[in-house]
Write a protein that binds this ligand. Structure first.
Ligand SMILES: C[S@@+](CC[C@H](N)C(=O)[O-])C[C@H]1O[C@@H](n2cnc3c(N)ncnc32)[C@H](O)[C@@H]1O
Length: 289
């Protein structure tokens, strides 16, 4: 990674060329600095991703080099939070990639229900890991609620976890703008959402009661356990290969035998000995044993 030169749009100031003097040697020093002062281990993230986010913060704070930025971190501890916020890319939506949810609906859930029935355990536990504002966790709750609508003997529990506390607060509120619901069928909106005003809706308690949100760092915190389905989508892209490897092992331990792992469409599973593909295109996998 070489010294970075950036073209920056300063709005009405027009384009300015800004030189940020940060190079390969400084980068680990910033990671160490943040670790020593804040306890956050950033070495798990992909270096390119971190570098891009760091540059954004340096531009926003008009600091030009390692010394200036760490000096600012020392003077204004709030900058730690802003930097960590810059690492959280919370883009998400209800039923993101509908074909993935379709596979879960048509293949995963029926197989799971059949197996649970045969085993006499009628609890289905689902984890949306890296859930951002909650749409993924709630989509899974809606999907499962619909799937067991004729089966009151089944109990569904969904966990939504994320490292970003602000995102989780919003998830817990379960309030969404009308435009966030535009991909949902009218039927689903009418059944599971209450209209608050022209602009916003809130999910009904029959769905929110199924979901528990919890702050959780996939890299540092002990894994949740006894899951039947894990969704970890569009999170792995930010994480280094070494950490992904550890995470796939954690997910395997977190799943019941023959549980399902669903990752993002652009993400890849390396642990062929732990998971077999169910639908490779939709990145739906099943734990080997
Ligand atoms: C792009 S969103 C994905 C949301 C959802 N899974 C989806 O696919 O629509 C990525 C989320 O991962 C979270 N995240 C990043 N690193 C994490 C970590 N180490 N532990 C838990 N969550 C993390 C971010 O805060 C962000 O909310």
């Amino acid at each position: 990674m070489n010294q970075a030169t950036l073209n920056v749009d300063y709005g009405y100031y027009g384009y300015m060329e800004e030189k940020i003097e940060i190079n390969e040697k400084d980068f680990p020093r910033i990671i160490d600095f943040i670790h020593d002062h804040n306890g956050m281990d950033l070495s798990a993230y992909r270096q390119n991703f971190l570098f891009r986010r760091l540059r954004l913060r340096m531009l926003a704070t008009r600091t030009k080099n390692y010394q200036e930025y760490t000096g600012l971190l020392e003077r204004k501890p709030d900058e730690f939070n802003k930097f960590l916020d810059a690492l959280s890319i919370n883009v998400t939506e209800f039923f993101r990639d509908p074909d993935v949810f379709d596979v879960v609906k048509k293949t995963v859930i029926p197989e799971l229900i059949q197996r649970k029935e045969a085993g006499g355990n009628k609890v289905i536990r689902v984890w949306s890991a890296g859930c951002a504002y909650g749409q993924e966790a709630y989509s899974l709750a809606i999907l499962l609620k619909e799937a067991v609508s004729e089966r009151p003997d089944f109990l569904i529990r969904v966990w939504g976890t994320d490292v970003d506390g602000d995102a989780l607060e919003k998830a817990e509120k379960a309030e969404y703008r009308a435009r966030d619901l535009k991909e949902l069928s009218k039927d689903i909106v009418e059944r599971y959402f209450s209209r608050l005003n022209d602009e916003s809706y809130r999910l009904k308690e029959e769905i929110t009661d199924m979901v528990k949100f919890q702050r959780h760092n996939l890299i540092n915190d002990p894994s949740l356990k006894f899951m039947d389905i894990i969704f970890c989508r569009n999170v792995l892209i930010y994480i280094s290969h070494d950490q992904q490897h550890l995470l796939f092992h954690k997910f395997s331990e977190a799943l019941h035998s023959r549980g399902y792992l669903v990752i993002g469409k652009v993400e890849t599973i390396w642990e062929k000995d732990l998971f077999v593909p169910v639908e490779p295109k939709q990145k739906v996998y099943q734990k080997v044993k």
